[in-house]
Ligand binder design. Structure first.
Ligand code: SAH
Length: 399
């Protein structure tokens, strides 16, 4: 069979093409016949053993994920005009947000595999972009990416926060700092009519949990007249949404002093300081204490950090989720609402539903679902790659 040469080629071992053919974007180093002599970050062409062209992807011999697919056959990237390919992909991502990210000037502009740009995450905070480069392929093209981003968005500054542990897995050093223009931090954003101060230098992730935007909007609509407890509040995203939505009181807990300090500023900025109370505390201590004190709330929000980042620790994570859900359910008054989230992609939605149901049984509470949700559309999910679908947010009523 005649092959069209498009740079370095890689051939898969027999029977290893199925996942790639379903659209999954990763090829592991154990799946190829021979590791080619290619530069880390280079675009290589992938073939099936029988000679069929499967597509092209970013090569990195330092990672277990040897190739991150960029395109599938018959589409081909013209290696002589690689810049044109990346400009097209970035343009498509920007256009997609123009359609889907409404009522906000802060959203995820580029979501890695979800936008066909593996290892590139860019969050837009008004006129400032915060970028994470998490693959060797994107690292090699950082100048190109920065210049296209500036051109497409008209941003005034780009701050890089490439600190994630996934960078280590790619054999890359962590790096952070201003990479374009001038950058202010903390800066201010407006989401669903609410103003938030965001510390893009030192805040968690890139500064704000943009993935919860649409869930914060729902909580705002449900909160009128409620006594709310927001656990793992970070800088008060859900708390301010509830307060602005008409909650009568909002108590918030987060273990981070920095997060609680910014949360206080956010309450002031939105004129809701009088109904908000903030405490830097451990939720695992406070919830059992509140149960002992027989406190009652009408809405409890649980949005903890990922309790597991590996398959091995799934059982422990399930116990952790179950414990906080059990306590929260006990604290809810009849007709109360539990907003319970998990951002561990190893805990799938069915597992999450079952553990919340078990917690409800143990707490002797009957529940019904108001809404089962995920991240907003600026974090597009690839059905072929379950790894892109990580956030679960269940809103349930206790009856
Ligand atoms: N709901 C928030 C994001 C929550 S992120 C928003 O919409 O912005 C998870 C938060 O949990 C982080 O701020 C982290 O500091 C906090 N956290 C982690 N472990 C904790 C614990 N044991 N007790 C209280 N807070 C904790």
């Amino acid at each position: 069979m005649k092959r069209v040469e498009t740079g370095v080629t890689v051939t898969l071992k027999p029977h290893r093409a199925a996942r790639v053919l379903t659209g999954h974007p990763w090829i592991y180093n154990s799946e190829v016949l021979e590791i080619p002599k290619a530069q880390d970050g280079e675009i290589v062409s992938v073939y099936e053993k029988n000679g069929r062209f499967l597509g092209q992807g970013l090569f990195n011999n330092r990672s277990q994920i040897l190739i991150r697919m960029l395109c599938r056959g018959p589409e081909r990237i013209d290696l002589a005009n690689e810049a044109g390919f990346f400009r097209e992909r970035l343009t498509a991502a920007v256009r997609y947000r123009e359609k889907t990210a409404t009522d906000t000037n802060a959203y995820r502009l580029i979501y890695s595999e979800g936008d066909g740009l593996p290892g590139l995450i860019v969050d837009r905070y008004n006129k400032t972009l915060v970028m994470q480069i998490l693959s060797a392929g994107m690292d090699l093209r950082r100048e190109l990416i920065i210049s296209i981003l500036v051109d497409l968005t008209g941003c005034t500054g780009i701050y890089e926060r490439s600190e994630s542990s996934s960078r280590t897995l790619e054999g890359l050093e962590p790096t952070s700092g201003v990479v374009y223009g001038s950058v202010e931090s903390p800066l201010q954003i407006t989401e669903n009519g609410i103003h938030y101060v965001v510390d893009i230098h030192r805040g968690q992730k890139t500064g704000f949990f943009l993935d919860q935007r649409e869930n914060r909007a729902l909580i705002g609509r449900l909160s009128k007249g409620l006594r709310v407890l927001n656990c793992f509040s970070y800088t008060g995203g859900f708390s301010i949404a509830a307060a602005k939505g008409g909650a009568t009181s909002v108590e918030s807990l987060d273990i981070s002093d920095d997060a609680i300090a910014l949360a206080g500023r956010n309450a002031e900025l939105n004129g809701v300081s009088d109904i908000c109370q903030w405490e830097a505390a451990n939720v695992f201590d406070r919830l059992p204490q509140y149960v002992r004190e027989e406190r009652r709330y009408d809405m409890i929000i649980l949005d903890p950090p990922a309790f597991t980042k590996s398959k091995a620790s799934i059982p422990g994570a399930i116990r952790g989720y179950k414990e906080i859900n059990l306590r929260a359910l006990k604290l809810l008054a009849p007709g109360g609402i539990l907003v319970t989230c998990s951002c561990s992609h190893h805990i799938d939605v069915d597992t999450f539903k079952s553990l919340v149901q078990e917690a409800a049984m143990d707490a002797h509470r009957r529940t019904r679902v108001i809404s089962i949700r995920g991240a907003g559309p600026d974090h597009p999910i690839l059905l072929a790659a379950p790894e892109t679908d990580y956030l679960k947010c269940m809103v349930i009523e206790v009856i």
